[in-house]
Ligand binder design. Sequence first.
Ligand SMILES: NC(=O)c1ccc[n+]([C@@H]2O[C@H](COP(=O)([O-])OP(=O)(O)OC[C@H]3O[C@@H](n4cnc5c(N)ncnc54)[C@H](OP(=O)(O)O)[C@@H]3O)[C@@H](O)[C@H]2O)c1
Length: 164
Amino acid sequence: MIKPFIISALTTDGFIAKDTNHAAYWTSKEDKARFVEITKRAGVVVMGQTTFKTLKNPLPGRLNIVYSLNETFDGAETTTDEPAILFKKLEERGFKEVAICGGQSIYTMFMKSGLIEKLYLTVEPIVFGKGLTIFNQDIDFKLELVSEEKTPSGTLLLEYKVLK
Ligand SMILES: NC(=O)c1ccc[n+]([C@@H]2O[C@H](COP(=O)([O-])OP(=O)(O)OC[C@H]3O[C@@H](n4cnc5c(N)ncnc54)[C@H](OP(=O)(O)O)[C@@H]3O)[C@@H](O)[C@H]2O)c1
């Protein structure tokens, strides 16, 4: 079975962005390096069109899949598939893992599906006061902390397993 995971960077007060158009330039070099390593291992990244538009280019060396009802993009496949359907299609194409890369609407839809196995969360030593949370609907899962690493600059690199 394909292993889907969420990967996200959070402020210490729990936000993924100040607003919907706020790009994730504020994350540490260690977070960016982990993001590249883990998403390249998966080979496929999934995101909403708002997040995709915050990137300068499609993420290289990975299949980019973008959720949109309205638009298509160069360098990416567009989809409207439910999570289970998308995972089945990716599994048939030989992928062993799939990285769910945001933003809020996509993280929420996939976490609600109950199919997410892991969360790679980075907690950066920065606060925004208000902004977008990672999820915005009623969700109730228990997690197990599998690994933790603290960088010299105080970034926490956390890996959680979703308990089923
Ligand atoms: N800190 C982090 O790790 C991190 C990571 C990623 C993103 N972010 C931030 O998150 C913010 C964006 O989040 P967001 O929730 O506003 O936007 P988003 O999830 O990136 O994209 C939303 C769009 O995705 C499409 N979509 C969503 N569900 C769909 C479905 N079921 N079927 C088809 N299309 C669907 C819709 O596009 P259409 O309107 O075209 O249909 C919708 O407008 C940005 O600020 C970004 O920087 C932060």
